[in-house]
Design a protein around this ligand. Structure first.
Ligand code: 13P
Length: 256
């Protein structure tokens, strides 16, 4: 079968790190290092840093994303930020369904689906995160769980809208732990995600969708992970806070 041409996307997830001043500094350091990237480069930052990040990356190919958004456009939701607010300031991407949101803030597949709808309506590009815990992996339910997370999150998403979505496979046990899934484990679950897209839509959609791996990806292990046939990029936490490390991963992705 012909090898599908998919976009390779390397995205940083800064999580709850960096002040606006630190954001400017880190992005200024990154800019020259990733300027010849031959892949898409996205940096997702805390809400309060979005303005500084957009300013620092104006007229560059680095795209800026938020780390979440609410499903309503506006209203009495103290402390929340809507997809409409993000698109109004020029944000292009949003991470949805990250396991830290699910674990610490009670997000469910159903609320992830609602956030996806809101983000699609605002024409944001979405990085949808799915992943199993260590307990779930040991119970042998990874495949079913991942398929379910993908199916619920994409409920009501049309084939055309799917083009706005990247899926990131992030095994919870590999996030911030230094334990990376083996390249084979990562590829196997990314293949499950692709099969789920075939089941939900069709083969063309499955061939076209970008599927990232995330979980302790770094400059040392990126090459092997990114070489896998169903791994089309990375969602990087810790290593995205160091310009040389992030740039090294972008450099590896540019070659694969
Ligand atoms: P680490 O790269 O720090 O493990 O984080 C991965 C992650 O959660 C990215 O969203």
């Amino acid at each position: 079968m012909e090898q599908p041409l998919r976009k390779t996307v390397i995205a940083g997830n800064w999580k709850m790190n960096q002040t606006p001043a630190e954001t400017t500094q880190l992005l200024e350091e990154m800019k020259p290092l990733v300027k010849n990237a031959y892949c898409d480069v996205v940096v997702c930052v805390p809400y309060i840093d979005l303005h500084a990040a957009l300013q620092a990356t104006a007229n560059t190919s680095i795209c800026i994303g938020a780390e979440n958004c609410h499903w309503e456009q506006s209203g009495a939701f103290t402390g929340e930020i809507s997809a409409a607010m993000l698109s109004a300031i020029g944000v292009e991407y949003v991470i949805l369904g990250h396991s830290e949101r699910r674990t610490h803030f009670g997000e469910t597949d159903v609320t992830v689906q609602k956030r996806i709808r809101a983000a699609l309506n605002e024409k944001l590009k979405i990085i949808l995160c799915v992943g199993e815990s260590l307990e779930q992996r040991e119970q042998g339910i990874t495949v079913e769980l991942i398929a379910m997370q993908v199916k619920i999150a994409l409920g009501g998403v049309s084939e055309d809208e799917l083009k706005q979505i990247i899926i990131a496979y992030e095994p919870v046990w590999a996030i911030g732990t230094g334990k990376t899934a083996t390249a084979e484990q990562a590829n196997a679950v990314c293949a499950v995600i692709r099969q789920t897209i075939t089941d939900l839509y069709n083969q063309n959609c499955a061939n076209a969708i970008t599927i990232q791996y995330g979980g302790s990806m770094n400059a040392k292990n990126a090459e092997e992970l990114l070489a896998q046939s169903d791994v089309d990029g990375g969602l990087i936490g810790g290593a995205s806070l160091k310009a040389p490390d992030f740039a090294a991963i972008v450099g590896i992705a540019s070659k694969t």
